[in-house]
Design a protein around this ligand. Structure first.
Ligand SMILES: [Zn+2]
Length: 330
C-alpha cells in the first residue's frame, strides 16, 4: 500500500512533541533565548532514541519545545505548522492535544493560549484539505484544582475547535481517583473525555479511567493485557484505543513492532486506532506508523480500511463530519 497517498486520521498527537527543529531554532533566535543555537543540538534534544529507557526519559524531550511555546505568535505558528505537516501526508482529520498549563511562563492566560493554537489551526484549514480539533490535556502530576481551572477556562471554546479533555504525563497507579471531580465537571460542560492510561504496565488504570472518569477513549491502553477487568471493559463497551506503536517501543511498553499487541487486539475485535503520539519526539509520521504495522503484521488493505473506519467512529466530531471522512476511503 502507498500509505503516503492513503487518507489517514490521527487522533492522538501532542502539539509540543511535534515541532519542527528549524522552527525551534528560529524561535530561540527571535526571542533571544539562552538555549542551544545549533540545529543538530536541537534535533538531539527533541527526539527520543528507540533505546530510550522509560516514559520518564521520553518525557524529558518536551522541555525544549515547551520553552519556545510561550508567546501567542509562536503558539499560532507551531499549531499551523503541525496542521501543514499533517496535510502534506494526507491526514484528513487530526485531533491535536496540548496542556495549556505548560504555556503560562511568559504570562499568557489560558484563554490567550487556547485562542492562539486555534488560530493556527484554522489558518491551515483554509489552505489545506484537512480538519482539526483540539483536546485540552491536564498534566496529572499537577493538582485536581489545576485540571479544574483548564476545564473551566476552556469551556468557552467547546465546539469552536476544542472537543475534549485528557489527562497526560508520567503514569502512576491509581491516578484517576484524584481527577474524579474535574472530569465530572468536564462531562457536564460537554467535553468529550479521553485519558492516557495503561501506557506503562498498569492495566487497572484503564478500568479506572472508564469507570471513574467516564473516558470514552483511552490513550495507548496497551497494558489491558494484564488486567482482565480492563480488557473486558474495553472490548465490551467498544472503547477505542489510541495506539501509538513507535512511542510504545521508545517508552519500553513493548519490545518491537512485531510484539505490539495491536494486531491481537484487532483480531479480538477491540477497537484499535493508529496514531503518532509525537511526530518529532518519536521521529515519526502517520505514514511511518502505517508502514511499520503493515510490515510487522502483513496488514491487508481491508484491515487498514477497518482501522481507518475505527478512527472515524472514535473521532470527537458530528455524524456529518464522519460521513465526509468515510468518503475519502471508498
Ligand atoms: Zn500521548
Amino acid at each position: 500500500m502507498n500509505f503516503n497517498k492513503m487518507p489517514k486520521i490521527d487522533l492522538h498527537c501532542h502539539l509540543d512533541g511535534s515541532l519542527r527543529a528549524e522552527t525551534v531554532l528560529d524561535i530561540i533566535k527571535k526571542n533571544r533565548l539562552e538555549l542551544t543555537q545549533s540545529l543538530e543540538g536541537i534535533r538531539k534534544q527533541l527526539t527520543a532514541p528507540l533505546s530510550c529507557s522509560s516514559l520518564d526519559e521520553y518525557l524529558r524531550c518536551f522541555d525544549l519545545p515547551i520553552a519556545v511555546m510561550q508567546t501567542k505568535e509562536d503558539l499560532e505558528r507551531v499549531s499551523f505548522e503541525l496542521m501543514e505537516d499533517a496535510a502534506m501526508e494526507n491526514i484528513k482529520y487530526i485531533e491535536i492535544r496540548f496542556a495549556p498549563q505548560q504555556h503560562t511562563k511568559e504570562g499568557l492566560t489560558t484563554k490567550e493560549i487556547i485562542q492562539s493554537v486555534l488560530q493556527g489551526m484554522s489558518r491551515a484549514e483554509k489552505i489545506y484539505d484537512i480538519k482539526g480539533n483540539y483536546i485540552l490535556s491536564c498534566m496529572r502530576h499537577l493538582s485536581a484544582e489545576s485540571a479544574m481551572k483548564i476545564v473551566e477556562e476552556g469551556k468557552q471554546f467547546i465546539g469552536q475547535g476544542v472537543v475534549a479533555v485528557d489527562l497526560c504525563g508520567g503514569e502512576v497507579a491509581g491516578f484517576c481517583h484524584k481527577f474524579i471531580e474535574p472530569m465530572k465537571k468536564a462531562r457536564e460542560y460537554g467535553y468529550r473525555i479521553t485519558v492516557h492510561a495503561g501506557e506503562t504496565g498498569i492495566g487497572q488504570n484503564v478500568a479506572d479511567a472508564i469507570e471513574l472518569l467516564g473516558a470514552e477513549r483511552i490513550g495507548h491502553g496497551v497494558f489491558i493485557t494484564n488486567s482482565r477487568e480492563a480488557y473486558n471493559l474495553v472490548k465490551e463497551r467498544k472503547i477505542p484505543l489510541e495506539i501509538c506503536p513507535t512511542s510504545n517501543i521508545q517508552t519500553k511498553a513493548v519490545k518491537n513492532y512485531g510484539e505490539h499487541p495491536i494486531y491481537d487486539f484487532y483480531n479480538d475485535e477491540i477497537m484499535v486506532t493508529l496514531n503518532t503520539d509525537n511526530r518529532t519526539v518519536s521521529d515519526t509520521t502517520m505514514t511511518e506508523e502505517c508502514i511499520q504495522i503493515e510490515k510487522a503484521f502483513h496488514l491487508k488493505k481491508e484491515e487498514y480500511t477497518d482501522i481507518y473506519l475505527n478512527s472515524v467512529e472514535a473521532a470527537f466530531i458530528s455524524e456529518d463530519e464522519k460521513q465526509k471522512l468515510r468518503e475519502y476511503i471508498k
